[in-house]
Design a protein around this ligand. Structure first.
Ligand code: 13P
Ligand code: SF4
Length: 329
């Protein structure tokens, strides 16, 4: 019965007794099942508050690699849970809603990418972790926004490189590392929605505020940023900076940690170029406390992967983790 519900909806939408204290229930399930909850900064505040670890894509992959838990519950999106499974083929990895995909990952279908790769036969492939396991299996090294420049710089200056799937991060890295990597034409819908005009106006209205941006944003936006970095780097910057105000150019979920760690500072979400709150990632926000509870109770939905794909995708992720370790990242 559960599998039928899953097949139809991608998550277990079973009724939950409204009198339950879900925080208490989830904490009990964690202990009972020796489960760990790993959450990305873009998750809703309640999920961040109950997680055992909150981090960016690199931190989450490293935590998944080193955990002694029997069950990894991934409060993030599908490619992150897949990465945890690739690093832990013998563990159970759960994702509260299988519909939690990623527009950036979707922008690179493996069959099309393979054709692209065939057109550049002597190139090394670096892929951003925001891609499917099919793309990972076609890659030589994976990177995240935390270690991307170190990964690119680990290759000789004259190495021919394809960078996929994010063209914005790729262009940023080309500039930063003085390379000419061939870029796949993919992007994140959340980071491309910010309005340059509205942010410029906000900066004029708040001259003291620092504009901080994730490198998935488009170049004109990065050009006016006071600081560029991964979600973890942005968070650290807000703690170390003497500034009291920040305009935040990334998904709004991170504001929860920024505010928690800096109660005396003000955080303004960078405005999108329309009236809706489109700088919320619609995929990340599919996970809810209710889905997390049901998922842990019934241990469904589980990430199941083809064994050959799992082995092929492990290589470039392991290479990334080794390079990161070498550089102390
Ligand atoms: P980081 O977690 O590397 O900062 O990337 C943000 C992101 O878009 C995750 O989907
Ligand atoms: Fe994908 Fe963008 Fe959402 Fe990150 S914010 S999961 S890159 S769609």
């Amino acid at each position: 019965m559960h599998n039928q519900i899953l097949e139809k909806n991608g998550f277990l939408n079973l009724p939950i007794n409204p009198s339950l204290d879900l925080f208490e229930e989830i904490n009990n399930l964690k202990k009972e099942k020796n489960a760990i909850i790993l959450a990305h900064y873009y998750q809703e505040p309640d999920i961040q508050d109950i997680a055992d670890y909150i981090g960016d894509s690199l931190g989450l992959a490293q935590k998944a690699e080193n955990t002694s838990a029997d069950i990894i519950v991934f409060a993030g999106v599908h490619f992150m849970a897949e990465t945890a499974k690739i690093l832990n083929p013998n563990k159970k990895v759960l994702l509260p809603d299988l519909n939690a995909g990623c527009s950036l990952s979707d922008s690179a279908p493996p069959a099309l990418f393979n054709n692209f790769k065939l057109k550049h036969p002597d190139h090394t492939v670096i892929s951003y972790i925001n891609c499917s396991s099919g793309i990972k299996a076609l890659s030589d090294i994976i990177c995240t926004s935390s270690n991307a420049d170190a990964i690119v710089n680990s290759l000789p200056k004259d190495e021919k490189i394809i960078f996929a799937p994010d063209k914005n991060l790729g262009a940023y890295l080309n500039k930063k590392t003085n390379r000419n990597m061939v870029l796949w034409n993919g992007a994140c819908m959340v980071h491309e929605i910010f309005s340059l005009e509205k942010i410029t106006k906000l900066k004029i209205r708040h001259p003291e505020a620092k504009f901080i941006a994730h490198p998935e944003c488009e170049e004109p936006l990065l050009a006016i940023a006071d600081y560029i970095g991964s979600t973890t780097a942005l968070l650290k910057f807000t703690q170390q900076s003497t500034s009291k105000q920040f305009i935040v150019g990334t998904e709004t979920g991170i504001l929860h940690q920024m505010q928690k760690l800096n109660p005396d500072k003000t955080f303004i979400p960078a405005p999108p170029n329309n009236a809706c709150a489109c700088n919320n990632c619609p995929y990340m926000k599919l996970n809810t406390l209710e889905k997390l509870y049901t998922c842990m109770k019934y241990e469904l939905p589980e990430i199941i992967m083809d064994e050959n794909l799992l082995i092929a995708a492990n290589k470039p992720i392991t290479r990334m983790l080794e390079i990161s370790k070498f550089y102390g990242l």
